[in-house]
Structure formats: structure tokens, C-alpha cells
Design a protein around this ligand. Structure first.
Ligand SMILES: *Cc1c(COP(=O)(O)O)cnc(C)c1O
Length: 401
């Protein structure tokens, strides 16, 4: 392979449309490819690299942990689990956590919790309310909860027991569940990520909370992308001043080390008993150390405030850059979870930004998504706009394909 040849992976399954670069090194919000070309990281490993790359406190802590103990199994107590569970419950106002490795695994656990919550009440065929355009993962149950027929195609029969409703419409939710004694839970993202950066209204969230209380349903929030400080609060639902019964976490929790969690309040904390659920890797000492250090460093360095401040700056700068630009429908989102919706498929922006040295992603075909590390500086935010704005404007000025 010559120095500039496009990388290939002929022995890796063809599950992603990959960009033709291979990244080998990172520092802060910057990454480098095999050829030494630098990129500004507006994607953060899809909202994963909370602390950026090669963080000067995270890396030594993980190195120390590697030499002590990596994995033991859940047949024994893992002291780090209690430390991280104590932190997550204190930050969320909930009571207990279960640790796993990924987002879909956290949501699977949440779905099983809801079903057993129903069975414990004598409901034999429990049903869970989910949303149009939702994304909850790629396992069969979480894919079935996902509101995107395109990625469900080819994998039927899907798992039953889900009722789908539109976002931000309380009457539709009431109508879809009216007189149905089998409903056990409502499950949603506070800001839909893969669905195109669609926020739930805070007053709607409060109405759902009230409906869950009245009907004894579990309110289950998928904070996998929105949680861990991304929107400027520890968890995005905290903007609405409510506390869910179940919350799933993953992505940013381990700053790149796979860590997932389901956090539960009193209504759901004791549903699982020994034998009901498990995982081999979940909650191992290395993963717990990554989670503990991520939260500690975030708190010490004021990264919630940074996400709120730099996010607000970035959003305002993007809005100013695209003011009056035909083809840009909206700049939306909160903190460092932002979307720029175009009036056409935006795939070309992704490749051109990559060529120009900026990493980002496109969701729901036409929404340019920015979910950079939470250590992003104002100068780096300005650099994102300076790189992105001319690319988007030039693209929109071309005749539509
Ligand atoms: C990414 C994501 C998931 C799935 O997480 P994986 O770790 O890829 O399984 C689930 N829900 C939301 C909201 C996500 O953004």
C-alpha cells in the first residue's frame, strides 16, 4: 500500500459505508490519519469521546488500572461498580444501576425491566410506547423499538409489544394507549439523535411524566447520546425538571472505553433479582475506572458548563453563518449536540468536510450532525464553522441532484 492509497478491510464485514481514511492518533479534539493529515473532530467517535483524545488524566488512570486488574466477572463484587453507581444515582436522583457494555445492551435491559414490571403486576403481554424516528439500537428488541423502517427492513419478524406514537403530541399518546391495560412503559430519547436531532419539548416531557404517574407506567429515557453532559446538564431530561424511572446510558460514559448502564429509580430498582439478567463483560474493573474518571474529570474541569457555553456559541455562529442561505432549513439542538438540516440529502457534505479536515456525520439523510468532545474550545468551535460554512454554501449553490 502506498502512503496515500485508500485503506480497505476486505476481511471485515461490510456493515458501514466508511470514509476512505484510517485514523491512528488523537490529541484533544484533533485526530491524525495514517498519512499524517490532521482532522478537527466534530464527531467525537459519535458522541463517545467525552474528554477528547489522549486525555492527560484519563490515560494514566487507565494505564494504572490495566496493570492492576482488567476483568473478573460479575460472580464477585467489583468495588468500582458501587463507586460509579453511587455517582450516577447521586447525579440523577435515582437509586440503583446495572452495568453493561453498549447502548443497545442498556436498552435491552430497560425493555426487560419494563416487561417484568408488567408480569409482576399480572400483565401477561406487556406493551411499551415508543416513538416515530426513535433510535434505540440494532439488537432485535431495540431495533423493533426503533422508529426507522429502513433499518428494520430484512430483519423481520420484529419483536412485538411496542406501540408507536409521534413526538411532542400528548393527545396522540393518550389516544394510542386509551383503555389498554397492557401498557407498562413509555420509552424515548430526550433529543432524538440518529432520527435527526429532534428535541422533545420540556412541557411535553412533564406531561408524559404525569401520565406515567397516573397510570403506573415506567418512564424510560434513552440518554445514551444526550447524557453525560452533552447538552449542558448531566442528563438532558434535567432541563425539564423531571426524574425518570429508568434511564439508559452508554456512548460518552467511558470516554471511549465501552461502558453502558441502566439507572433505575425506586419503581424499577428491585425488579431484577438474581438469575433475571446478566452480562459477562459489563461492569468490569477497567470499564468502571473509565466511567469514574470520566465523571470526576468532567466535574473538576467544569465540562457541563463548557458544553453549554461552547455549544451555545457554536449554535449561534452556525445560525449566523447560514442566515438567509437557501437550502438550510434549521440549525437546532442543545449544548454540543447540534444538527443543521438541509432541504436535500447531505451526504456530499460529509465527504467534502472530511477532505477539508473536519469530521462530522449526517443523520436522517439531510441533517449534518455535530457531537464533538465536551472539551471543545471556542476557537475550535469557530474553526468548525470556518471549515463547514463554505462547504455547505458551495454544495447548496450547485444544481440539486
Ligand atoms: C447510539 C445509540 C444507541 C445504541 O448504542 P450502541 O452502543 O450502538 O448499541 C441507542 N440509543 C441511542 C439514543 C443512541 O444514540
Amino acid at each position: 500500500m502506498s502512503a496515500t492509497a485508500a485503506p480497505t478491510s476486505p476481511h471485515v464485514m461490510n456493515t458501514y459505508g466508511r470514509l476512505p481514511i484510517a485514523l491512528v492518533r488523537g490529541q484533544g479534539c484533533r485526530v491524525w490519519d495514517v498519512n499524517g493529515k490532521a482532522y478537527l473532530d466534530g464527531l467525537g467517535g459519535i458522541a463517545v469521546n467525552t474528554l477528547g483524545h489522549n486525555h492527560p488524566e484519563l490515560v494514566p488512570a487507565l494505564q494504572e488500572q490495566l496493570t492492576q486488574l482488567i476483568h473478573t466477572s460479575n460472580y464477585y463484587y467489583v468495588p468500582g461498580q458501587e463507586v460509579l453507581a453511587e455517582r450516577l444515582t447521586a447525579l440523577s436522583g435515582m437509586t440503583n444501576a446495572f452495568f453493561c457494555c453498549t447502548g443497545l445492551e442498556a436498552n435491552e435491559a430497560a425493555i426487560k425491566l419494563a416487561r417484568k414490571f408488567g408480569h409482576d403486576k399480572g400483565i401477561e403481554r406487556p406493551e411499551i410506547v415508543v416513538y416515530e424516528h426513535a433510535f434505540h439500537g440494532r439488537s432485535l428488541a431495540t431495533l423493533s423499538a426503533t422508529g426507522n423502517p429502513k433499518i428494520q427492513k430484512g430483519f423481520g419478524p420484529l419483536v412485538e409489544g411496542f406501540i408507536r406514537v409521534p413526538l411532542n403530541d400528548i393527545e396522540a399518546l393518550k389516544k394510542a394507549t386509551e383503555g389498554n391495560p397492557n401498557v407498562v412503559a413509555v420509552m424515548f430519547e430526550t433529543i432524538q439523535g440518529e432520527g435527526g436531532i429532534h428535541p422533545m419539548r420540556w412541557d411535553y416531557l412533564q406531561q408524559v411524566r404525569a401520565l406515567c404517574d397516573t397510570n403506573d407506567w415506567l418512564m424510560m429515557i434513552d440518554e445514551i447520546q444526550t447524557g453525560i453532559g452533552r447538552t449542558g446538564k448531566w442528563f438532558a431530561h434535567q432541563w425539564a425538571g423531571i426524574v425518570p424511572d429508568v434511564m439508559s446510558l452508554a456512548k460518552g460514559l467511558g470516554s471511549g472505553v465501552p461502558v453502558g448502564a441502566v439507572v433505575a429509580g425506586p419503581k424499577a430498582a428491585n425488579i431484577f433479582q438474581p438469575g433475571n439478567h446478566g452480562t459477562t463483560f459489563g461492569g468490569n474493573p477497567l470499564a468502571m475506572r473509565a466511567g469514574i474518571e470520566t465523571l470526576r474529570i468532567m466535574e473538576k474541569d467544569g465540562l457541563l458548563q463548557n458544553a453549554a457555553d461552547v455549544g451555545a456559541h457554536l449554535k449561534a455562529a452556525l445560525q449566523a453563518a447560514f442566515e438567509g442561505v437557501a437550502g438550510v432549513k434549521e440549525v437546532r439542538g442543545q449544548g454540543l449536540m447540534l444538527g443543521i438540516e438541509l432541504d436535500r440529502p447531505a451526504g456530499a457534505v460529509l465527504t467534502r468536510a472530511c477532505d477539508a479536515g473536519l469530521l462530522l456525520s449526517v443523520t436522517a439523510d439531510s441533517v449534518i450532525r455535530l457531537v464533538p468532545p465536551l472539551v471543545l474550545t471556542v476557537a475550535e468551535a469557530d474553526e468548525i464553522v470556518a471549515l463547514l460554512a463554505p462547504i455547505v454554501k458551495a454544495f447548496l449553490a450547485e444544481p440539486a441532484q
